[in-house]
Design a binder for this molecule. Structure first.
Ligand code: ZN
Ligand code: ZN
Ligand code: FE
Length: 764
């Protein structure tokens, strides 16, 4: 049998100083040499490349473009998406489309470039140890722009008048700082200060950093003002300092991120693949989730309890480089906020909000115009998947063809982001967070106004979730624009279709914690046959009760009891055979029983997220969670290196929609548990079952293209195995890359679905 090659199309968008420096001929020669067909074009919005080949050669090509680009060109941002091939036969340079619409492009904040890095550690340079060094190729962008066009008077650098030397650089077309808007030097630019918790100045300039380093060494918590907001930093090897930070921040077990001075030091503590390394040192410089090594000098258990991964980033501003080099060891660098509030951006506000957490403040006087958190990326199936989209990526757009309508999507409730279409670009905001607090809600409103002003856009439609109680939905409704609603799981699928450039009909697998269903019940285990404008509920998981409703999110044992009740009814309360039941007191069990029997505050759900939680509780991995998704994560981690293709039995019943019945699967899990089968094996078999369910439904649905989205697909094992099995069965799987599978992607789905719905309605 002939081996059919797995050809993909890579779409690469490069922004930065790559125009007019022989970049296109360079790309052309490289593609020719590697024998890859496609094209390159230079447009007002950047250099676009589309190229086809096998994954391996495409990755090779991408690395060569990055590392071997001609002198004087500099890549500030490079976005790659892997898409369906279209069958190019040769490589060509296409003509520039100068007539094309010039969208007001705002670049994300860019990590310090090698040239600037060299300067700040060169004793003979005038910018030696200067924490605000930047050039045309690097530095803050999105976090300092007040309005367009991007000129110094429209940024928070307007408060600093350039000295003669800086001005000369700024005006010289041959200088690396020609028109570098945030250009600054120690003579004329922003400066550091070190404050105590009352705002008294203890030290200034470089001494401020040295003081911070001394205090970090002695186990103190330092609030550090960076690019898009404050971090809270402590010594990553000091267990008690880390637990103090956790206590004060009310962050019990959620993993904390690390910043490491060098990649070498990361390698001492984590395993790094080529792709992961590439991400760490990229201009986006995100937090990358890496597999941690055992027995290292950092307090892994305190940083990420029960978690085999560590979130690590490299320094991305001169301040971070200087601070970390002086410190010489990784630090915990977590968002400067209380629990899930938005990150602090202003030093006086930080004194108030972080005064009870931080012992000292390392601050500077360059104002931060908008909050931008660190982005989080995990590599799955040899590709990056963005889990939190903020610094380095926001507000870069996703393209949709032939659009004229201005539509605003306000997102969901958790991990909120907003999206705005302007012409053919849909701009997606930075991560805003869970709209659970006053601060988060006002940040949400601020980002909406900010986006409307930045892009000078007046939305025709404002789109919210179907959930009537979401703050985002209510706000959208009150905006006095044409108000639309898009069902949550449909929005997930459309967001994934949009970033994969899919049109026509697909099977969408939309699995998450909860979302308001089209029939008013709680959905979360959905199979939708969908186009960009409409969907049918093709199948869903058998429903079960969640005693206590919302409380089940924090208490996986409640989901487990709901599941068991659906299986065996009242008998579950007899005897002591189930871990979730044993974790409650007699009295609580009485109440839970009443609730289920009388159907009080026990809404029904088809949520797969809750099934993951329930299984974690059944096998006693976790009964109560400290943060959303913790139980499901630990269930995934329980697999470890265990390998099996086995899965549990399940049934599919009914039609329009079909119902996935997990009854036999849960019985089999309970049986395995009784027989003392290892958790790794049970978990692997459970995950495999979920994948086989997708395969089976895909066969029933008979759509070649299967798109999967929703928070459950942050699970690496689930995602990778779904891809593998669908391919084995000759389906074409599509999953997320640049847009998060979690609710951070909902706003994009809302905007795109609304635009397509409007198109369809016009046709009728
Ligand atoms: Zn630079
Ligand atoms: Zn200067
Ligand atoms: Fe969701």
């Amino acid at each position: 049998m002939q081996n059919v090659k797995n050809i993909l199309r890579a779409k690469i968008i490069i922004r930065g100083a790559v125009q007019g420096v022989g970049f296109r001929p360079f790309v052309f020669r490289l593609a020719k040499k590697m024998n890859l067909p496609g094209w390159v074009i230079n447009s007002a919005n950047g250099v676009f490349i589309e190229i086809e080949g096998e994954m391996k050669s495409l990755n090779h090509f991408i690395q060569k473009v990055e590392n071997g680009s001609p002198p004087r060109s500099f890549i500030q941002s490079m976005e790659t998406s892997f898409l369906e091939p279209v069958g190019f036969d040769k490589f060509e340079i296409r003509h520039s489309d100068d007539a094309g619409e010039k969208t007001a492009f705002i670049l994300p904040d860019i990590a310090t470039c090698p040239d600037c890095l060299h300067e700040i550690f060169d004793e003979n340079n005038s910018r030696y140890l200067y924490p605000f060094t930047n050039c045309t190729n690097c530095g803050p962008r999105f976090s300092i722009i007040e309005m367009l066009p991007y000129d110094r008077p429209n940024t928070s650098m307007k408060h600093f008048k350039m000295c003669e030397k800086c001005q000369t650089e700024y005006e010289n077309p041959l200088d690396r700082r020609f028109h570098a808007q945030p250009n600054a030097c120690p003579e004329c630019g922003p400066q550091m200060e070190f404050w105590d918790a009352y705002g008294n100045v203890i030290a200034r300039k470089h001494d401020a950093i040295l003081f911070a380093v001394e205090m970090l060494k002695s186990g103190k918590i330092i609030a550090v003002k960076g690019i898009g907001g404050f971090h809270l930093m402590v010594h990553a090897g000091n267990k008690s300092a880390i637990s103090t930070l956790r206590e004060r921040k009310h962050r019990e077990e959620k993993p904390l991120a690390l910043m490491s001075p060098t990649i070498g030091l990361i390698e001492e503590h984590c395993q790094i693949s080529e792709i992961e390394k590439h991400l760490l040192i990229s201009p986006e410089a995100p937090i990358v989730l890496l597999k941690s090594k055992k027995n290292t000098a950092i307090s892994t258990k305190a940083i990420a309890p029960e978690n085999p991964t560590l979130g690590v980033m490299l320094p991305y501003s001169p301040l971070h480089h200087i601070l970390l080099r002086e410190f010489g060891f990784p630090v915990v660098a977590t968002s400067g906020n209380i629990s899930d509030e938005p990150i602090c951006t202003d030093e006086n506000d930080a004194l108030k909000r972080l005064g009870n957490i931080a012992d000292f403040f390392l601050i500077h006087n360059r104002p931060i115009v908008r909050h931008v958190d660190d982005s989080i990326v995990r590599v799955m199936a040899n590709r990056e998947m963005i889990l939190r989209r903020a610094r380095g990526f926001a507000p870069l757009p996703i393209q949709i063809k032939n659009n004229q309508k201005t539509v605003l999507g306000v997102g969901a409730h958790l991990k909120n982001s907003v999206a705005l279409s302007v012409g053919e670009s849909v701009f997606i905001s930075q991560h805003i967070g869970d709209l659970e607090t006053q601060e988060a809600t006002s940040a949400f409103k601020k980002v909406i106004h900010d986006f409307e002003n930045l892009y000078d856009a007046r939305p025709l439609f404002v789109v919210g979730d179907l959930h009537p109680d979401y703050i985002s939905t209510q706000f959208a409704k009150e905006m006095e624009k044409e108000f639309r609603q898009i069902q949550h799981h449909f929005a997930h699928i459309v967001s994934c279709m949009a970033e994969n450039e899919l049109d026509g009909e697909v099977l969408g697998v939309s699995w998450d914690g909860t979302g308001f269903g089209a029939d008013g019940t709680i959905w979360g285990g959905e199979f939708l046959t969908a186009t960009r404008s409409d969907f049918q509920r093709f199948a869903h998981f058998r429903t079960f009760c969640l005693p206590g409703g919302e409380k089940a999110i924090k208490e996986p044992r409640r989901a487990a009891i709901g599941l068991l009740y659906e299986l065996i009814g009242n008998d579950i309360f007899r005897g002591q055979q189930f871990h979730p039941i044993n974790s409650f007191s007699e009295n609580e069990i009485q109440i839970l029983g009443e609730m289920l029997r009388k159907n009080i505050n026990s809404p029904k759900t088809s949520s797969v997220g809750r099934i993951f939680d329930a299984v974690a509780a059944l096998v006693n991995i976790r009964q109560t969670a400290r943060f959303e998704g913790q139980a499901a994560m630990e269930l995934e981690f329980a697999i470890g290196d265990f390998q099996t293709c086995e899965y549990y039995p399940f049934e599919i019943a009914g039609k329009n929609p079909c119902v996935v019945d997990w009854l036999t699967m849960i019985f089999a899990i309970l049986e395995d548990l009784k027989n003392g089968i290892a958790l790794a094996e049970i978990s692997a078999k459970f995950h495999n079952t979920m994948v086989e369910i997708i395969v089976k439904i895909a066969k029933f649905a008979g759509r070649e293209r299967v798109v999967f989205s929703g928070g459950c697909f942050q699970n690496k094992y689930l995602t990778e195995r779904t891809i593998l099995r669908l391919r084995e069965e000759k389906f074409k799987p599509y999953w997320h890359q640049r847009i998060p599978p979690n609710d951070g992607g909902i706003s994009l789905g809302q905007v795109v679905a609304t635009i397509y719905k409007e198109r369809n309605e016009k046709c009728v």
